[in-house]
Write a protein that binds this ligand. Structure first.
Ligand code: DI6
Ligand code: FE
Length: 412
């Protein structure tokens, strides 16, 4: 006998299951949830009557659309200060790299972030997280990387965890201590990588603060050899890795990420066909960040057509950070991915649901509406899911989100 559900939603469903139907759509669908899991999805007319018990909460959103709750799989949400002066400098002709080489860029945010207390970082990041949540985001990846000392990297990751607990959002924490060479190690990148491997990584792991390890592979940051050493250490601890790859130059970053079985390689403006093929082979997700592309004024977009051709899974994220992508709207990122990268609205939505879940290693429980998955939903006042990528910045804010029947807090 079928047990009654805790809650049932009636709406059009963009399940995002890749079944050959656009958006995996089920018009006039029903979705039943029990104990936080999806137990039934299908056309409302086929809903088994026993699922609807006397205590089942009914959410009738007839005519509206439900998608999986959105996932922002690449952010640097925790930081102090801002870098609006760098926008002016870039408009005067300075490049992102030249600003970084002159001691601005990431290192200027490092100075501000080191000087901030844990509470100050929490207060600064809170409105950014709330803005993401207005766009239906319920899972956010947050990187460290503006501390670059043991103590300040851990502080950033603690703030990230605290943000998740305070706002009922699943936060995935990524250790990005290899974001820039800190001033204390100027000219000694290898010694800094040694310090991460022997001190920062173990301490962050001991506190349970690391879901994944990331690095910035670039001429202004870390070399392939340095990244490889760090990734070997991370893998030795059973951690998955991600890489900021080929953002400003083709440094072979995509292939390097693939070689290490990375969950994702991110940015990828300069990725070669060889790199795309390697990613497909390794199952590494291409995380595309159109905010950074637009704001830095990159010369070429990532090779989306090659990713499609090779079957590389794609994700879209905000890259919310004070330098290259001061943006807190995932719906805007979807629009930019379509207008700047020629992704389709369906690919953009898949990129903030199914693809993003895969980029975080959460594809077994998030990203599609299917039986057995976590019931994390967003209800939208749109006539068709393509509208989510259509409005610049999400005119149609999410109507409701999460799990009214059991609350949204403390799910990990
Ligand atoms: N690439 C980026 O776009 C961000 N980090 C990175 O490695 C930018 C970080 C910043 O400019 O503060
Ligand atoms: Fe980034």
């Amino acid at each position: 006998m079928t047990q009654a559900a805790d809650a049932i939603w009636f709406a059009h469903l963009a399940t995002m299951v890749p079944n050959g139907i656009a958006y995996g759509a089920i018009e006039q669908g029903a979705l039943a949830e029990r104990a936080g899991r999806i137990v039934w999805v299908g056309p409302a007319a086929d809903l088994p009557p026993p699922l609807r018990g006397p205590a089942t909460i009914i959410h009738d959103h007839a005519g509206q659309w439900i998608t999986p709750a959105l996932i922002d799989c690449h952010t640097h949400l925790v930081f102090a200060g801002n870098r609006a002066v760098e926008l002016e400098a870039r408009l005067r002709g300075d490049s992102y790299e030249s600003i970084a080489r002159a001691g601005g860029g990431i290192l200027s945010t490092v100075r501000a972030t080191r000087a901030a207390t844990e509470d100050e970082l929490f207060e600064a990041a809170t409105p950014r997280l709330l803005r993401l949540m207005q766009d239906g985001v319920r899972t956010v990846e947050i990187k460290s990387g503006y501390g670059l000392t043991l103590e300040s990297e851990l502080r950033m990751l603690r703030v990230a965890r605290r943000l998740g607990a305070a706002h009922g959002v699943r936060v995935c924490t990524t250790l990005l201590a290899a974001h820039a060479v800190p001033p204390e190690f100027a000219g000694r990148g290898d010694a800094y990588i040694d310090h991460i491997i022997s001190d920062i990584l173990p301490a962050a792991c001991a506190e349970g603060l690391v879901d994944a390890v990331d690095a910035f592979a670039e001429t202004i940051a870390f070399s392939p050899d340095q990244v490889s050493r760090l990734f070997d250490a991370a893998s030795g601890r059973g951690l998955r890795v991600k890489l900021h790859a080929d953002q400003l130059t083709d440094g072979g970053g995509a292939a390097l990420a693939a070689q290490h079985g990375a969950l994702s390689a991110d940015h990828l403006e300069y990725t070669s066909d060889f790199g795309a093929a390697a990613m497909a082979e390794a199952g590494t997700v291409a995380v595309l960040l159109p905010g950074a592309y637009a704001n830095v004024g990159a010369a070429q977009p990532p090779p989306v057509a090659e990713f499609r051709r090779h079957g590389v899974p794609m994700a879209v994220a905000t890259d919310c950070n004070p330098g290259s992508s001061p943006m807190c709207s995932l719906l805007l990122a979807m629009n930019l991915a379509c207008c700047l990268f020629r992704m389709t609205p369906e690919e953009a939505l898949a990129g903030v649901t199914r693809g993003a879940a895969q980029a975080l290693g959460l594809a077994a429980k998030l990203g599609v509406l299917a039986v057995g998955m976590d019931a994390e939903l967003a209800v939208w006042g749109v006539g068709h899911p393509r509208e989510l990528a259509y409005w610049l910045g999400g005119f149609y804010n999410v109507k409701s989100c999460g799990l009214p029947s059991i609350g949204v807090a403390a799910r990990k």
